[in-house]
Design a protein around this ligand. Structure first.
Ligand SMILES: NC(=O)c1ccc[n+]([C@@H]2O[C@H](COP(=O)([O-])OP(=O)(O)OC[C@H]3O[C@@H](n4cnc5c(N)ncnc54)[C@H](O)[C@@H]3O)[C@@H](O)[C@H]2O)c1
Ligand SMILES: C[N+](C)(C)CC=O
Length: 490
């Protein structure tokens, strides 16, 4: 098995400690790769390489269209190597190959989008109120960016950070989740093939508390962008204060899905299933809180339960599989614990709530799709992010009540409303305190639209033109066209 290595200052390197981690397939726990397990020392070397490359200046000063051309090459290579990348992603995460292929399409689009944006902002002239002066606003790269990513969408979340940061002229150090590094390593091979100058893009592998913490603490890092859990996000925010580095945090969610009685029944049931059970619920924006109008509750639940019985868990490489396993034994323990909590709190278990008995699934970290009714907003199972295939169902009898329940959360990542009354949909959407609201749909995201959370779901936005702006500093340049003494101090 070839060792997956780090990419630091234009060279592939093992961990200074020589430590290695075995990467497993969560479907069957088979070893799929060995990866260098970096630590703080490796992260320091990567930060130093990025610092030198930035301070030396040639990357930031490379014409923006040329930076864009290199980023575009990565998009092209991802399309060329799509199948290999998709297979690696499915081996690493257990997600279905179909999902991984769709992720690779999205990822290539993200690189292409930011490649195209690289040279579109030429700055802005300001109407200066001071006679004989010129005032302009320009955007410049922030500097060295630390980028820390999670395991659920390993390459997608990395792409949302790598592509805009490089297009804007920053230098980067990426640290993927230690349990799912394979596609990020592969993309660094593509970055090398594209011909980025040495030190501009660096990859460090290893645990969050070591390599990741170094990225958030180092005074040589100017910006840290993190996608992951809320508790880690708090640590990163605190560590970032050491040198007031800029922060971008994409955190968790406990996302409401409001279904009015006048919604198209078939669409709403189908989408509610997909909202919560897609990728075994391991999606930040999973529709884990179904908030349904009382009058259709019983019929809706009956249909959901019927369809949930038919979800086929299995190997992501098998075309008949609907959903793969959870990522790890530890994560499945967490999901199980929440199911226990839900039952203790008085929620009614309608289906699931345990591991499958199918002998073929015993080596994987599988958990049955689970539905709870009789839920209330004050329950932990409703408030806390389970990040697994667990749906809670609450009811409402007025649109005001639906909004109040939906907003009763520390999170504000995403939510949806299903109704055939467009005025009601728009009014409800306007009252939801979330970064993304879908009307009669769930889950769409794309390179052109910003993504991020209100409240404790995060700080900042990725994607869209704002996703590029996050990687820039704004500078006002004022020029006196007729300089002369002002004689304030005589
Ligand atoms: N908002 C979004 O767009 C979005 C997208 C995907 C996932 N998520 C969230 O991610 C979470 C699941 O991912 P996870 O379990 O990998 O999250 P996590 O917070 O455990 O880990 C995320 C990354 O942070 C690193 N890390 C851990 N401790 C660290 C520390 N002290 N300092 C620096 N880095 C550290 C990890 O090694 C990993 O690379 C969920 O909460 C999910 O909602 C959010
Ligand atoms: C942001 N998204 C939806 C792609 C992945 C969240 O986990």
């Amino acid at each position: 098995m070839t060792l997956k290595r780090m990419y630091i200052d234009g060279a592939w390197t093992e961990a200074k400690s020589k430590e290695v981690r075995t990467i497993i397939n969560p479907y069957n726990q088979e070893n799929v790769a060995e990866a260098a397990e970096g630590n703080r020392e490796d992260a320091k070397a990567a930060i130093q390489a990025a610092r030198t490359a930035f301070d030396e200046g040639s990357w930031a000063e490379t014409p923006a269209n040329e930076r864009g051309e290199l980023v575009q090459k990565v998009a092209d290579f991802i399309r060329r190597d799509k199948e290999e990348l998709a297979e690696l992603e499915s081996l690493d995460t257990g997600k279905t190959l179909e999902e991984s292929r769709a992720d690779m399409d999205d990822i290539a689009n993200v690189f292409q989008y930011f490649a195209g944006l690289a040279d579109k902002d030429g700055g802005e002239m300001i109407a200066s109120p001071i006679p004989d002066s010129e005032s302009k606003v320009v955007r410049e790269p922030v500097g060295v960016c630390g980028q820390i990513t999670p395991w659920n969408y390993p390459l997608l979340q990395a792409a949302w950070k790598i592509a805009p940061a490089l297009a804007a002229g920053n230098t980067i150090v990426v640290k993927p989740s230690e349990i799912t590094p394979l596609t990020t390593v592969k993309v660094f091979e593509l970055i090398e093939e594209a011909g980025f100058p040495k030190g501009v893009a660096n990859l460090v592998l290893g645990k969050g508390a070591d390599a990741g913490a170094e990225l958030s603490e180092s005074v040589d890092v100017d910006l840290v962008s993190f996608t992951g859990g809320i508790e880690t996000g708090k640590k990163i925010m605190q560590a970032a204060s050491i040198n007031m580095k800029k922060i971008a945090l994409e955190l968790g969610g406990k996302n409401p899905n409001i279904v009015f009685a006048d919604a198209d029944f078939e669409t709403a049931v189908d989408q509610a299933m997909n909202a919560v059970f897609f990728h075994a619920g391991q999606v930040c924006s999973a529709g884990a809180r179904l908030i349904i109008e009382e009058s259709i509750h019983d019929e809706f639940v009956e249909e959901l339960v019927k369809r949930t019985k038919n979800i086929k868990l299995g190997n992501g490489f098998d075309e008949s599989t609907h959903s793969g396993p959870l990522i790890s034994a530890e994560h499945r323990d967490k999901v199980e614990k929440y199911v226990e909590i839900g039952q203790q709190e008085g929620a009614k278990l309608e289906i699931g709530g345990k591991r499958p008995e199918d002998p073929e699934l015993q080596n994987g970290f599988f958990f049955l799709p689970t539905i709870f009714t009789n839920c209330r907003s004050d329950m932990r199972i409703v408030q806390e992010e389970v990040f697994g295939p667990v749906l809670t169902i609450e009811t409402f009898s007025s649109k005001e009540e639906a909004v109040a329940i939906a907003n009763d959360s520390i999170y504000g990542l995403a939510g949806a409303v299903f109704t055939t009354d467009i005025a009601k949909a728009e009014e409800t959407a306007s009252k939801l305190r979330m970064g993304t609201v879908w009307i009669n749909d769930f889950h769409p995201y794309f390179a052109q639209a910003p993504w991020g959370g209100y409240k404790q779901s995060g700080i900042g936005r990725e994607l869209g033109h704002i996703g590029l702006e996050e990687y820039t500093e704004v500078k006002h340049v004022f020029r006196n066209k007729k300089p002369e003494p002002i004689h304030w101090f005589k």
